[in-house]
Design a protein around this ligand. Structure first.
Ligand code: 6PG
Length: 234
């Protein structure tokens, strides 16, 4: 059964404050325990205020490595680039921000293989994966489409893969690279940030359906042993 704990806030400002506090605490604990921290952060619009607050936290940022949970196959200069959004906020703090895509990949599956190879070199398990969720139930870039089964059920050692969402999401209609379900659920902690009643209703349904959910997020969380902290505001 999926163990989910909901944290509700009056507005996004409050959500950002609390989620940033929790992420900062997890980073600090990892730094204390192991001298380094590795976290994965999503793109999308919801987490930006969280990141702005997190970046103001006093931490030994130079020992913190941040990867995107997923990225769009666009040049790093493109406004759709998740790595660029994250780097803009955390590079000035001294954190190491590692993009998981390159501009040169011949196709999205190759891009996924390159990302996987790069991620194998990091120090796993990852301390924290933060997930956003789309209204359609995608998470990271695990979308309905031809690569869904591989994202969910590929070899456990595969950290990342390329995906072509079908249908393409209108807000960013491009191929992606994403952490696999196995990589996500291997994290020491998993946190979600989302806003709005429709996403809440969808996520509650996905959690109650678990492994039989038709949504990627339900299928991902169904394999998680850890309790999931869900930060939500209207
Ligand atoms: C991406 C994300 C994706 C995102 C959701 C929610 O790059 O597209 O990582 O999984 O978290 O689409 O996005 P919003 O927060 O913008 O609604």
């Amino acid at each position: 059964m999926i163990e989910a704990e909901w944290w509700e806030y009056d507005d996004v400002e409050e959500l950002a404050e609390a989620a940033a506090g929790d992420i900062g605490f997890i980073i600090e604990s990892a730094l204390d325990a192991r001298g380094q921290a590795l976290i994965a952060l999503p793109g999308g619009k919801t987490p930006e205020p969280v990141y702005a607050k997190l970046a103001r936290t006093k931490l030994n940022w130079k020992n913190v490595t941040i990867i995107p949970t997923d990225d769009r196959l666009v040049p790093i200069t493109d406004p759709l680039s998740n790595a660029a959004m994250i780097a803009k906020i955390f590079l000035p703090k001294g954190a190491r921000v590692l993009p998981i895509t390159t501009e040169k990949a011949a196709d999205y599956r190759m891009a996924g293989k390159a990302a996987d190879a790069r991620l194998q070199e990091l120090h796993w398990p990852i301390d924290l994966v933060v997930l956003g969720v789309g209204a359609d139930g995608h998470t990271a870039s695990i979308f309905p489409g031809p690569d869904l089964d591989e994202a969910l059920n590929g070899p456990k050692a595969r950290r990342a893969l390329g995906v072509m969402p079908d249908p393409l999401p209108p807000e960013a209609p491009v191929a992606r690279v994403t952490l696999s379900r196995a990589a996500i659920v291997s994290a020491r902690a998993i946190m979600m940030v989302l806003t709005g009643q429709p996403k809440r209703d969808m996520l509650e349904q996905a959690i109650s359906d678990g492994a039989s959910s038709t949504t990627p997020i339900g299928r991902v969380l169904a394999e998680a042993d850890q309790a999931i902290d869900i930060h939500w505001s209207a």
